[in-house]
Design a protein around this ligand. Sequence first.
Ligand code: HEC
Length: 105
Amino acid sequence: MMSSRVALALLIAAAALAASQAAIAQTAISPPGRLLASNCFQCHGTNGKGPGFDKLAGKSARKLFKEMKDYQAGKEGDGIMARHAMGYSDAQLRELCQWLSQQRR
Ligand code: HEC
């Protein structure tokens, strides 16, 4: 007969496995570009489609990236966007700009 301690250990292992599988499934639903871009949604609308400030959805990835780099460099003032852009690495910007460019307007 299985001791209750072994049974408990198996139960915990099964719960941990279920939790990690749920985490993997979530990651599969939300691509990394969307997770990074989700920071933009509060001001530019969910998925960058507005309402709010300028729509970002469907803009060219190259143009978005350049705008973000200009904000980072302080070429477009030191407003909200400049501060915001500073939080991202180039790789993260490429990823999120790519994702935004693929969204329908
Ligand atoms: C706290 C609000 C806020 C957040 C969050 C925010 N933005 Fe902005 N964004 C603005 C405002 C305000 C403007 C317009 C004024 C300006 O240029 O500073 C703007 C302008 C822009 C522009 C220029 C649009 C154009 O056509 O000239 C781009 C590109 C942009 N944001 C991208 C982003 C991206 C990408 C993110 C997420 C990483 C983001 N923004 C997050 C407020 C925000």
